[in-house]
Design a protein around this ligand. Sequence first.
Ligand code: NDP
Length: 390
Amino acid sequence: MRKEGTSDLDRRSILAGLGAAAFAASAQQASAQTAKGQPLIGNPVLPIPMGERMRWAIVGLGSFGVGQVIPGFVDANASRMTAFVSGNPDKAKMLGERYGVSRFYGYDNFDDIARDPEIDCVYIVLPVGLHAEYTIRALKAGKHVLCEKPMASTVSECEAMIAAAKAAGRQLGVAYRVHFEPTNIAAKTIIDAGEIGPIRNIRADHGFQADPSWPPHKWRLTKELGGGGSMYDIGIYGLNTSLMMLKGDEPVSVSAVYAYPREDPRFAEVEGGIEWRLMMASGAVVSGSSSYCYAPYQSFQHYMADKGALEMEPATTYYDNRLVRQSGGPPSTVGTGNPITQFAGQIDAFSSAARANKPHRTPGEMGLRDIRLIAAMYRSADRNGEVLAL
Ligand code: NDP
């Protein structure tokens, strides 16, 4: 029963006062017990002052460039953007204001970057059919180049890019971001340490549903700008990531068959899906599929070995990769760092390589190897899955 003369407001004030006093007393007690300085743990990468960072030009302000590459620079510690190269000056200027970039080039005056001392590195984020031309022009301008995957449309283009880097004395990297992604690095650490024993079999399935009405997918469905089909664009993750895990092992033969609806008008110029297999020198088998007909987005890697297995699904996305270990008993999820750090990690690693003029972790030669293998897959698929020695 309410005491005569005490309002609800009065009761709330009294209780609040009592609560605040009790909280203050317990907080004081708790902080006296726990707050004290500790030594610096680990080896954190400390940001380099802005004026000393490697300076980058971003070429092609499209879906991936604006959505992932540019935000990656915001988190970078050793790199900063100084220039945008775009065929759309209004978009470039708007993004320049947003990100503090004030130097702008178009495709017509791109070669003028040779006279720009504020650019050390160039990041090519153009459609595949333009990778070789703009990479070679940037190298001739005396800049280091990180080129998006796949490296180029053909083996001869990749070879010309590598030759241009050698002639210029500059570094050429292919942007295989998975090599900098914490979940995949954790998987590689487990494999390299021999914790699951020798790998016997890898399965890699990757794909999405290509939408010809969406501009970034539209050019992917053309031979001229896409270079090839789904294997060039999405299946390459399965190929490159699997080989990343097989330290010191080499493919000795390849086979593949096409697997997509031939009557689908989307695939008049490029393949819409492929099933592929590599035999490795160790005897391990790596097989996978790639498709522009999978929904929803598929990104699956499974490593089967003598003493255990690792399953990753999703395996190679931007934000949410997962690593599950099976070694007898219930499967356990392995905790790793945040996948989003892969973008800044890749950019800073290339900056360090360029500064030292030493090869990047994923150099042009790796991009060439992958295009050689994909070209061999297409040759095999053209011959109904004939096994080709490498
Ligand atoms: P978009 O189509 O979204 O962007 C490409 C940009 O290139 C355009 O916005 C345009 O920029 C420029 N461009 C110049 N010429 C042409 C042309 N003829 N047709 C179309 N665009 C042109 O593609 P994405 O951003 O999806 O892909 C770009 C690159 O990034 C590709 O190499 C792709 O493989 C790679 N990529 C990598 C990913 C990864 O996870 N590593 C994920 C997605 C893509 P502007 O208007 O500024 O001139």
